[in-house]
Write a protein that binds this ligand. Structure first.
Ligand code: LLP
Length: 414
């Protein structure tokens, strides 16, 4: 158990969280190496009997130390911006094992990706296909492409999905896809690699394409089913990577054995590895409503404010002798939507530390500096060892790119 209580003290692996907070300050993100490794192994063993590539969705958590760790294990990456690609390269990730997703890749990003020899563009519109072709032609090379299909199905009905289907801005319609493949097949600057969708449940809808394209001698080398496998934020039942992998392989049975499977997990790989720890600054009661005001908020963890996401909250030191009350755990930001959890039964007092679980994915990566709050630190934990993998931002960072009226930079020394 990577997160466990020993004599009422929360430990992450072999270190008491309280001692980490004394060392690194509050608020702070912590990641467990054991959980990340365990999830990585779960995915790789689930797919070991099928040719595959796991492309970690960088958007979930793009810290260089984590990317480096995954790159060392042989991960590929799903990137959605030139910035994410640059991060992967900086972390010694292999660009040829990268897929580039996203509806709005700009020319500079397309060129950077071509120059880095990325594995595949997941193309999301006709105009984008034409832009990629034009840029590849200008560079005198071939761009590897897959079309991302938007099958327009209700993801919520499928057991493998806990996140909602994306709005229709993603992908190209089934109707348009065949015509675009034909277009790509005729271009000397485009190389058809595969087909992509975002959710495993959409796999079935890709089958007719494989047949239709094969009939036209357009052969695909891979099938990319995206990410979207959930985690149990609140004891929901979600498939394990093993069950997910098996279900997919079963659906691929009988296909060309050379057809490689690509998956793009983000949340399911890193989500459960991370926690956010925050200090209770004040308790207050307005009439009969209790608030725990903590030093992290929507700037550190946006998911509750943005999606009304419910993530488990507990005490770093359990104090069974305190009265149990229902608290809204709120941050210091001047927004009513700034909360980490509502109606949480807690036994706490001012100065305590609270832990928010399952923060490894879409936690730090969605954090902001709103209210001029420097972004918090991130720490990696392995057994008895902790490593700072992102410093707490110095306050001056908030305005160092802002200019004075005469165009000069602000003198940081005053
Ligand atoms: N591949 C594609 C094409 C995607 O759009 C996404 C996520 C992923 C992979 C990774 O999905 P995952 O395995 O992590 O579910 N900020 C939201 C989640 C947004 C997901 C966007 N796309 C949240 O905090 O829940």
């Amino acid at each position: 158990m990577a997160f466990s209580y020993q004599e009422n003290q929360l430990y992450i692996e072999d270190i008491p969280v309280l001692s980490l907070m004394q060392q690194y300050g509050s608020p702070c993100y912590f990641y467990s190496n054991a959980v990340l490794q365990q999830r990585w192994v779960a995915f790789t063993t689930a797919l070991q009997d099928y040719p595959h590539q796991i492309c970690y969705a960088v958007k979930a958590n793009s810290n260089l130390a984590l990317l480096r760790l995954l790159a060392k294990q042989g991960a590929g990456f799903d990137v959605v911006s030139g910035g994410e690609l640059a991060r992967v390269i900086t972390a010694s990730g292999d660009p040829t094992r990268c897929v580039f997703s996203g509806v709005g890749k700009c020319i500079a990003e397309i060129r950077a990706a071509l120059q880095a020899s990325i594995g595949c563009f997941n193309v999301e519109s006709r105009e984008e296909l034409q832009q990629i072709e034009a840029q590849a032609a200008a560079l005198g090379i071939q761009a590897p492409i897959a079309l991302r299909i938007n099958p327009n199905i209700d993801a919520n009905t499928h057991p493998y999905i806990t996140t909602g289907i994306k709005t229709s801005k993603f992908g190209v319609s089934e109707q348009e896809a065949c015509a675009l493949y034909r277009l790509a097949a005729q271009s000397p600057h485009l190389k058809i690699e595969g087909i992509a969708c975002h959710l495993g449940s959409q796999l079935t809808t890709l089958s007719p394409f494989l047949e239709a394209l094969a009939a036209e001698s357009i052969h695909l080398k891979h099938i990319d089913i995206g990410g979207g496998l959930g985690i149990a934020y609140n004891q929901e039942s979600v498939p394990t990577p093993q069950a997910y992998g098996q279900a997919i392989i079963k659906k691929l049975a009988g296909r060309d054995p050379a057809l490689r499977l690509i998956i793009e997990p983000g949340r399911a790989l890193i989500g459960q590895a991370g926690i956010l720890v925050t200090r209770v600054e004040y308790l207050k009661t307005n009439l009969d409503h209790h608030f725990a005001i903590v030093d992290a908020g929507m700037t550190e963890l946006l998911r509750p404010a943005l999606y009304q996401a419910e993530q488990r909250i507990g005490s770093v030191i359990q104090k069974p002798y305190l009265p149990e009350k229902k608290y809204d755990v709120v941050g210091p930001i001047c927004e009513s939507s700034d909360f980490l959890g509502k109606n949480r039964l807690l036994q706490i007092e001012g100065g305590d530390y609270l832990v928010v679980y399952d923060c490894g994915a879409y936690g730090f990566s969605m954090s902001s500096q709103y209210n001029t709050r420097p972004r918090c630190a991130e720490v990696f934990v392995q057994g008895k060892q902790s490593t700072l993998i992102r410093r707490r931002e110095p306050l001056e960072r908030s305005w160092m790119d802002e200019l004075q009226q005469d165009g000069s930079v602000v003198d940081l020394d005053g």
